[in-house]
Design a protein. Sequence first.
Length: 86
Amino acid sequence: MIYVDRPLWPAHGRMWAHLVSDVSYAELHAFAELLGAPRRGFDRDHYDIPAERVPVAIWLGARQVSTKEIATRLRAAGLRRPKHAQ
């Protein structure tokens, strides 16, 4: 399943959200490509997507959840890659 949180992070004059999969990185990359998210938006275990793409992600099937739930789902799936583990 693909998940997206609310756009809470400001950068580059925009607000950003996280897009993740609790199945695989392959599923995440395929969904991000469908969404039109550039590969450079991938950061270890998630894509950063601008606020204006969140409704499109939801329309395409992503489920909107809290940031805490995103982290919980990534850890449970074994897909969490924290910065210190690089």
